[in-house]
Design a binder for this molecule. Structure first.
Ligand code: OGA
Ligand code: NI
Length: 366
């Protein structure tokens, strides 16, 4: 998330907030949310296809952190997960369950506040932080069935203290504690990702990134009477290096997140106490396409609301980056140009979410 963007304020008839819209029990879905046929949640899933029964890989981090006898096997699982899936879930990640629960609780309490209270933290036009709908740039653009609350966390200069809510009272301290733990997890994951790539220096990412940028986005998807017509979150890849997604710690959740695998949308089944990790555009560039930033989206449920808490971990804005020399060779010719990460972040947040389109920014067309 970069400090500058240019989204327009969202107005849908007289109701511009999906939680409020839901409360009115609308007899039909407002036009702004109804997707074109090709985009609809229902039309793209092909349950009969060969990969639809597959689950995204599960990595047991205990096997990596503790140098267990399974270390090499797990490292190889990690490598396959990053190359072929771009997504995996982790268990035994070392973050206390109580902290995950607490984070989910305060995020939930925030979304349950009256609208007037949440509107004290508005996502201003020209920013992606605060409460509202990000990535909306025109009056005609279809809207996601989702309320978002996003905050820059690290380094401190990206924070907008006015947007840190005073209710619930323990929100800020919880987010601080949570973010410290997620940051440590990202640092460790990058180390093992470095090893899984066979890089000569496993700390290469940490050294390259400078003081990493960390932002959090809480997504609240109210139940939708017609989940077949809408999307919770438009298809996109993340601009981050790594993304950590938490869901369903306090409540058992149905699926909502889907990833595009071999042209099929596959659901990510929530696993208790697990975190979902995905490779962002930055890692795809650094690894010259070996590790994939995979397109994903969220769908809604007819009866159940869903909450996700998503952390984006990325290099410092002033960092120049491009494919690492060690990973470019005759068999894998260079696919991306070098660029400034701040410029990429700005490009990302000033364009609507549209599959993997934002990465065109860096692509070299041979
Ligand atoms: C995101 C994202 C998916 C979800 O916030 O970038 O992909 O399930 N969220 O909330
Ligand atoms: Ni995402």
């Amino acid at each position: 998330m970069a400090p500058v963007a240019s989204s327009v304020p969202v107005k849908v008839g007289h109701i511009d907030d999906v939680q409020e819209l839901r409360k009115t029990k609308p007899s039909s879905i407002p036009e702004r949310f109804v997707r074109d046929m090709t985009e609809r949640a229902s039309s793209v899933v092909t349950p009969s296809s060969s990969s639809s029964h597959l689950n995204i890989p599960l990595i047991d981090l205990q096997n990596l952190f503790n140098n267990s006898p399974q270390f090499l096997a797990e490292l190889s699982n990690l490598s396959v997960a990053c190359q072929q899936w771009g997504f995996f879930q982790v268990i035994n990640h070392g973050i206390e369950l109580r902290l995950l629960e607490k984070m989910e609780k305060v995020a939930m309490e925030f979304f349950m506040l009256p609208l007037e209270e949440k509107k004290k933290y508005p996502m201003a036009p020209g920013s992606v932080q605060g409460y509202g709908q990000a990535f909306v740039f025109s009056e005609h653009q279809k809207l996601d069935w989702c309320n978002m609350f996003a905050l820059g966390v690290e380094p401190h200069f990206i924070r907008n203290p006015k947007l840190w809510p005073t209710k619930p009272a323990d929100f800020s301290e919880t987010l601080e504690a949570y973010s410290r733990e997620i940051r440590k997890l990202c640092e460790k994951l990058l180390k093992y990702i470095g090893r899984s790539l066979g890089l000569s220096d496993e700390d290469v990412f940490e050294k390259m990134f400078g003081v990493s940028v960390q932002a959090v986005r809480m997504n609240y998807y109210p139940a939708c009477p017609r989940p077949d017509l809408v999307l919770g979150l438009s298809p996109h890849s993340d601009g981050s290096a790594l993304t950590v997604l938490q869901q369903g710690i306090c409540t058992t959740l149905d699926e909502g997140l889907q990833i595009l695998k071999d042209d099929t949308w596959l659901p990510v089944h929530p696993i208790p106490n697990a975190l979902v990790i995905n490779i962002g555009d930055t890692m795809e560039v650094l690894t010259n396409g070996r590790y994939k930033s995979v397109e994903h989206r969220a769908v809604t449920h007819k009866e159940k609301d869903r909450l996700s808490i998503v952390t984006f971990y990325a290099p410092s804005y002033e960092i120049e980056l491009g494919p690492m020399e060690e990973l470019v060779n005759e068999d894998n010719p260079i696919k991306y140009r070098r660029y400034n990460h701040g410029d990429y972040s700005k490009h990302y947040v000033t364009n609507k979410l549209q599959g993997k389109k934002t990465l065109e920014f860096a692509k070299i067309h041979h």
